[in-house]
Design a protein around this ligand. Structure first.
Ligand code: FES
Length: 166
C-alpha cells in the first residue's frame, strides 16, 4: 500500500494544533538529534514526577529545526510519553511514538527516527553513540555546532547524528 496519498492530510491535521513547543524550564533531561541526511534537528526537554512510587514523565517539550513531519511526530510523541517511565519510553519504536500518523513514505521515516534519537539522547545519554570524529566535516561550523554552542552548558548535551535511512 502506498501511504503517500493520505500522508499530507495526516501531517496537516497533526500540525493544526502542535503540542509542547518550546524549551521546558527546569527540565530533568535534554536530548538533541540531528540528521546528517537532511540537516534537520530536534531538541527535547523532559521533566519527571513521582507517581505511585515510580519516576514518570510529567511533561516533555521540543524545538525543531526540521520538516513538518518531524514537528508532527515530536508533537505527538511528547504527548504520548506522559506518564511513562524512562524505560517504557526507551522501549518504544520510532513508529510507536506517533501512531496517529499512520504509515509514512519511506523518505520520511528518518523524521520519526530523529525524534526517537532525541528521546534516547535525553534518557539514555551514556548509550548514545556519538559520530566518529572523522565523519565530522572540518569546514565551517555546521548548524549542529551552532545549535550546540548556543544554549547548553558543557557536558549537558549529546547530539546524535542519523546517518542513514532505513
Ligand atoms: Fe529530515 Fe524530516 S526531512 S527530519
Amino acid at each position: 500500500m502506498n501511504p503517500a496519498p493520505d500522508y499530507q492530510k495526516r501531517i496537516e491535521e497533526a500540525l493544526r494544533d502542535p503540542k509542547n513547543l518550546g524549551e521546558l524550564a527546569g527540565a530533568d533531561a535534554v536530548g538533541t538529534a540531528g540528521s546528517a541526511a537532511c540537516g534537520d534537528m530536534i531538541r527535547l526537554w523532559i521533566k519527571f514526577k513521582e507517581e505511585a512510587g515510580k519516576k514518570v514523565v510529567d511533561r516533555a517539550t521540543f524545538q525543531s529545526f526540521g520538516c513538518e513531519t518531524a514537528i508532527a511526530v515530536a508533537s505527538l510523541a511528547t504527548e504520548m510519553i506522559r506518564g511513562k517511565t524512562a524505560e517504557e519510553v526507551l522501549a518504544l519504536s520510532a513508529e510507536e511514538l506517533a501512531p496517529g500518523l499512520g504509515p509514512l513514505p519511506p523518505v520520511k521515516i528518518h523524521c520519526t527516527q530523529l525524534v526517537e534519537s532525541a528521546l534516547r539522547s535525553a534518557l539514555q545519554p551514556a548509550a548514545a553513540t556519538p559520530p566518529p570524529a572523522a565523519a565530522t566535516p572540518a569546514a565551517a561550523p555546521s548548524l549542529v555546532d551552532k545549535f550546540t554552542q548556543a544554549s547548553q552548558p558543557a557536558g549537558k548535551l549529546r547530539v546524535i547524528l542519523l546517518t542513514e535511512d532505513k
